[in-house]
Write a protein that binds this ligand. Structure first.
Ligand code: HEM
Length: 243
């Protein structure tokens, strides 16, 4: 019965989380940073700062997922082999910043707040990590391929070097993997209250990302036009932002 089928689907976590974050996804797409990104207007200094934030976010997310990997809500969506981004971000940072990249990573206030929330959730309500993992990893698997190509073109990179963040060697078909991920989401047992809180946490996860983008945009507009013109020289000489 079709009616039954669609009714069942409406109550699936994978459908609910997508529907609940639909509006805020549009807001995320429409941030200045994402708009510029899509137009191929991302510059190397911008991309480097973005990578720093992504590193902090994934390092924290993956630490918390690892710690809670046997939690009944986390275990079904725990795919470190397939999804883990920390190592690829490390190698990209090393590519762009050199071997002393660890000293050069700078992290905005919004990124700190996001990471702090991930740690809190990991400590206090690990099932909410599902909302954060969904928001980042399913986003990466959805837009990742296209964004990787845009990044390569915008930065004028001749090879895939520095772009490992966008490639998922452990995922042969992103679409099929997304289907698997959704079915795992749907298998998680939650009380009605936990479900409501988790859906709100997914909206918050998008909000954290938007704030990270807005922060980066602000950091970059301080340096303004000069960034566009002179690659990353401003960042190399700035005493505040050491690149
Ligand atoms: C899915 C585009 C930014 C999170 C998608 C899909 C597209 C897309 C085309 C596939 C939709 C579908 O399968 O029906 C974009 C574009 C972006 C952007 C163009 C900006 C340039 C973001 C950001 C996040 C995000 C910033 C979160 C940090 C997601 C998630 C999904 C998704 C979680 C999976 C939805 C689901 O199937 O449940 N995005 N996106 N996206 N995106 Fe984005």
């Amino acid at each position: 019965c079709l009616k039954m089928e669609s009714k069942t689907r409406d109550t699936d976590l994978s459908e609910q989380i997508k529907a609940t974050t639909k509006d805020i996804h549009v807001r995320a797409e429409n941030t200045q940073l994402m708009q510029r990104y899509q137009k191929g207007q991302i510059t190397l200094p911008q991309y480097k700062i973005l990578l720093c934030s992504l590193y902090e976010i994934y390092k924290t997310l993956e630490e918390q997922l690892d710690k809670n990997s046997s939690h009944p809500a986390v275990a079904p969506i725990y795919f470190p082999q397939e999804l883990s981004r920390m190592e690829s971000l490390q190698s990209d940072l090393e590519h762009f910043f050199g071997s002393d990249w660890r000293k050069r990573v700078i992290v905005s206030a919004a990124t700190h707040r996001y990471a702090e929330r991930l740690r809190q959730v990991g400590r206090e309500s690990p099932e909410l990590l599902v909302a954060h993992a969904y928001t980042r990893y399913l986003g990466d698997l959805s837009g990742g391929q296209v964004l990787g190509k845009i990044t390569q073109k915008s930065l004028g990179l001749s090879s895939k070097e520095g772009l490992s963040f966008f490639s998922f060697p452990g995922v042969s078909s992103p679409n099929r993997f997304k289907q698997l991920y959704r079915s795992r989401l749907d298998s998680i047992e939650l009380t009605e209250e936990q479900r409501v809180v988790l859906l709100q946490e997914a909206v918050d996860a998008f909000e954290f990302n938007i704030q990270v983008f807005d922060d980066l945009q602000k950091m970059l507009s301080i340096t303004g036009e000069a960034v566009q013109k002179s690659e990353d020289s401003l960042f190399k000489t700035s005493p505040m932002i050491q690149f």
